[in-house]
Ligand binder design. Structure first.
Ligand code: GLN
Length: 276
């Protein structure tokens, strides 16, 4: 069978399983099975599919039918133009998080702290974009930190990135020009309504703090002022309805210059605050 024929059958199969973008996903999974970049796939579609590649494609399709996210199946995700390793232990870096990167890069910083770093996508992107900066990434999950460390190595950033297992600021020392976080912010009651890709495959630790979804911001607001250098900035990702509540928490903690930024879809996505 040619790659083309296998691709056609796969698109029908994923569509039949209710996958939202069957053609896009099938192409990425076939490229993965062939060990080529997705943008090279068309060049190889007339070739016969080798048995090993066919077996890899079959396994990938079965995983996708079970709603595993494409990034977990292929093991990689592009974020701000760089490739990150992604496993079940980390949140899949999402395009809307690039809004946080854009806002962070508006002003200079030499020292950076990323709370709940997960894959390291935020920390490592900011370090890659600012070659003089150094940063610390914390996470409650040692498995997540192992993924972040491997991403630091792969991107040549291990010399400027440190990692530490921590519950928010616990055990963290020093002050930082920039503190960033994409914390868990989904309210407990909203978890059941998430897509199976997110609810059944991504780490709940990274998705929800339980309750009203604001507990992580409460913990961050309480301690952030002591960890910010004078004039330092705090930037967090939020859910679209949380701008007002998170701004109020940060203002109550004594931070100033509050701003809410929208993502490319026009939904509130980032809250920015400054230490006096
Ligand atoms: N943006 C993610 C989602 O909606 C949630 C990530 C988070 O809680 N930090 O699935």
């Amino acid at each position: 069978m040619t790659g083309q024929a296998a691709l056609r059958a796969a698109i029908l199969r994923l569509a039949g399983a209710g996958i939202g973008e069957p053609a896009r996903d099938a192409r990425r999974l076939l490229a993965h099975a062939l060990h080529i970049e997705p943008d090279r796939l068309t060049l190889h579609l007339q070739d016969l599919l080798a048995p090993e590649a066919a077996a890899r494609f079959e396994a990938a399709l079965a995983a996708r039918e079970a709603r595993q996210p494409v990034s977990q199946i292929t093991g990689t995700r592009l974020f701000w133009g760089r490739s990150f390793r992604v496993t079940r232990d980390v949140l899949d870096p999402r395009p809307e998080t690039e809004t946080l990167i854009e806002t962070a890069l508006e002003s200079p910083f030499a020292s950076l702290l990323d709370l709940g770093t997960g894959s390291g996508a935020i920390l490592l992107t900011l370090l890659a974009e600012r070659p003089a900066a150094r940063g610390l990434g914390t996470d409650l999950s040692p498995e997540a930190l192992a993924v972040a460390e491997s991403n630091a190595q792969a991107l040549g950033l291990a010399g400027r990135a440190r990692f530490q297992t921590a519950d928010w600021f616990a055990g963290v020392e020093g002050q930082f020009d920039l503190i960033v976080s994409n914390p868990p912010y989904i309210a407990e009651a909203e978890m059941a309504g998430l897509s199976p890709e997110v609810r059944d495959w991504e780490p709940h630790l990274a998705l929800t703090p339980g309750g009203d979804g604001l507990d992580a911001y409460r913990a961050i607001a309480a301690a952030a002022p002591a960890y910010l250098a004078p004039g330092g900035r705090l930037l967090v990702e939020i859910g679209p309805t949380q701008g007002r509540a998170v701004s109020a928490l940060f203002a109550a903690a004594g931070l100033s210059g509050l701003r809410v930024e929208a993502d490319l879809d026009g939904r509130d996505r980032v809250v920015l605050a400054r230490r006096g």
